[in-house]
Design a binder for this molecule. Sequence first.
Ligand code: SAH
Ligand code: SF4
Length: 391
Amino acid sequence: MKPVNLLGFDRAGLIAHCGQMGEKPFRATQLFRWIHQKGATDFAAMTDLAASLRSRLEAGAAVPAMTVLSEQTASDGTVKWLFDVGGGDAIETVFIPESDRGTLCISSQAGCAVGCRFCSTGHQGFSRNLSTAEIVGQLHHAEFALRRRLGLAAGNRAISNVVMMGMGEPLQNYAALVPALHVMLDDHGYGLSRRRVTVSTSGVVPMIDRLGDDCPVALAVSLHAPNDALRDELVPLNRKYPLAELLAACERYLERAPRDFITFEYCMLDGVNDTAVHAEELLALVRSAGKPGRGLPCKFNLIPFNPFPASGLKRSSPERVRAFAEVLQGAHIVTTIRRTRGDDIAAACGQLAGEVQDRTHVERRLPHAPIHIVRNTSGTPANSRPGEGVA
Ligand code: SAH
Ligand code: SF4
């Protein structure tokens, strides 16, 4: 019989599992701490557990190491791991060190079924959801590999923040995501603050509501367009959950969120969504959402597009990005421009591609047609390069 992978349990799950072996909850908590606070994978080392429990764990359970295919470090200190998750699929995880924090960008799926036009994961298609053990396994591996590498004293953490911004759409893998978030937040686990764990979504509206009920953490929403016509083209999920529904879900989420704003991500695509007209339209959009007269409390994070060959898209010029930011800042919306990290090891946003056995035949489905000219409310072509091909 295959040993049970203990990385797949949150503490409640581990308590239930150990309960089946006749163990009290505090024993499960001790075990949980060994795994997630000390990085122990060998039951024999867990000296405060009874010998009888240790031998039962050895017989039927394991804390298996992730299979590392490669580990690369960029000149700016960014680290990228490529993990083999079997069946021909490989996923990527990225650590981004900053002076005041260490952020781990975690994958939630092998591939992604949303198929955004500007995302290399989306271009690869979808293979499968990751399990809770595979999501937590990325954090477990990175945290303890970094502690060893940085020579951190016992109890000092390498990772202070987690962003679910790697490969995949986390809210399309909800059942595995929530226990993984519990492990991250648990004081007996990684003890991360809710404000420092961010789920990024392309807008799976019903799951935004469920996340607010089940495990409210910081929320980032990938907006990328100020109107439905353009967003339909860039983020196909918009056809199912259009902007009005998405923004209403954001407003509802704020009631339960650990932060009092939503972060909107906006990938800056040259000539597609980056003009002054788009910025004004975006402003009108967030002002019209939320409570009357208040608008939706939000921040913007502008991500200069990270190109990859198959996209046919280009990065907006730094001047365009700055001008766009100034329109939003002029309306007192906090707007940051994301610095590209790990450029030299293809670890930047949207470049995570791993290796995915596409079971959805995305290449056949992705439209190889140009992005349509999108007219905004003022009648100006919002796409300043009408008809330019993207495929
Ligand atoms: N599926 C989730 C999380 C993963 S993507 C989501 O879409 O939100 C993390 C962020 O990187 C998203 O905002 C995504 O839109 C952005 N992104 C994807 N491809 C990109 C690219 N090529 N250049 C810049 N940002 C990109
Ligand atoms: Fe999936 Fe996010 Fe990439 Fe869109 S941007 S294809 S939702 S991973």
